[in-house]
Design a protein around this ligand. Sequence first.
Ligand code: AMP
Length: 110
Amino acid sequence: MFCEIVAGNLPSDKVAETERSLAFRDLNPVAPTHVLVIPKRHVESIGHLDAEMTADVADLVTTIQEVTRVEGIDESGYRVVANTGTHGAQSVFHLHFHVIGGRQLGWPPE
Ligand code: AMP
């Protein structure tokens, strides 16, 4: 489904974009900032990354940093989460990092 967002066939509220990555707002935000950062190239999860995706992973990290600056949460702090597999409660099987901030978050998360 996120491939359809990358292709422009599904709308998204874009926050940042590079040649390799896309960042857009989560439809159901859990905090004032809740942005999803995805690789444009389809990969299911962290567990499916390989050496061929090294450049994509590096770009994801710099895009996450860019999102935190654009959102003004780079100084106040934030959380980056990749829900993975069944126990990780992953529901969309296209790798995505949740970037969550803009309020005090608790720990542990549940
Ligand atoms: P998860 O796979 O559990 O890490 O979560 C997937 C996230 O994608 C959820 O937080 C959803 O609210 C979000 N989501 C699902 N579809 C869309 C969409 N079309 N645009 C933006 N966010 C979405």
